[in-house]
Write a new protein. Structure first.
Length: 274
């Protein structure tokens, strides 16, 4: 049983899918950089039956243990200096992950859960936690670090109070990867607001002289840009307070735009920072 004292960690949702293992591998760098544990959380969803079948319960627990062990082996095989914690819960998946991630610095989930892998659709759990978690959420499509050197981190900026935090988080992610940065701002942004963002961006360019940072004024939606440039993007960073919410990015439209790519999405600007 885990110590329930809230301590910072990186939480990874494990469900037995290859996508969940990718999420665990993707999260290693985040945990190592912060020197905090990587917590693998498997959630056994309760049955609707009035009486619990002991054999069925035993099978479900065994399935959870196998899935966690598989993810654990994958993480350990990297030989990275990361502390690993394991937790198997019995609860509704979304609620359990939201509660488990309350003390977390980051929650990572696979883009395609086990139930959705064959249909190629983004997991409903990923979409739900991205909208409601009180920490940043990474929705990981794949873990292919050898392909990331020249692929950009794209940061979506809107006229919101949390835009600065989104920008900084994206720049930090790009610096860790050694990747170019594309900062998206809407073409219809008020001129004075755009000028303010340009000044702020120039300041960040001075702070991050090692990064290739370019501002892009998008004529259409962020997903239009992503669709046209998906193969050159490794990570899309957006704020939870973006106009219209994050549903379009992490739901069906975003999944369609990112289909057959390994571009992950990082939803930041947690509620308690607004």
């Amino acid at each position: 049983m885990l110590d329930r004292t809230p301590t910072p960690c990186i939480v990874v949702g494990i469900d037995g899918s290859p996508s969940a293992v990718d999420a665990a591998l993707w999260a290693i760098d985040e945990a190592v950089e912060r020197d905090i544990p990587l917590r693998l959380v498997y959630v056994i969803e309760p049955t609707e039956e009035a009486q619990i079948d002991p054999q069925d319960e035993a099978r479900r627990i065994a399935t959870a243990e196998v899935a966690v062990r598989y993810a654990l082996t994958a993480v350990e095989s990297t030989e990275r200096p990361v502390k690993i914690e394991i937790e198997i819960l019995q609860a509704r998946p979304v609620q359990a992950l939201l509660e488990a991630s309350q003390p977390a610095a980051l929650l990572c989930v696979g883009a395609r859960g086990l139930k959705h892998a064959t249909q190629g659709r983004i997991g409903s759990t990923a979409a739900a936690v991205a909208s409601a978690a009180r920490c940043p959420v990474a929705i990981v499509r794949a873990h292919r670090p050898h392909r990331n050197h020249s692929r950009a981190v794209v940061i979506e900026i809107h006229d919101t109070a949390g835009g600065g935090a989104v920008l900084q988080r994206g720049l930090d992610e790009a610096r860790r990867r050694g990747s170019p940065v594309r900062v998206l701002t809407p073409a219809r942004m008020y001129p004075e607001v755009h000028a303010q963002w340009e000044r702020r961006l120039a300041e960040w360019q001075r702070r991050y002289p090692d990064l290739d940072i370019t501002s892009v004024r998008t004529q259409g939606d962020t997903l239009d840009y992503v669709t046209a440039n998906a193969d050159s993007i490794q990570l899309l960073v957006a704020g939870r307070g973006r106009p219209g919410g994050v549903g379009a990015l992490v739901g069906a439209p975003g999944n369609a735009a990112l289909r057959d790519t390994d571009c992950s999405i990082l939803v930041c600007e947690p509620h308690n920072a607004l």
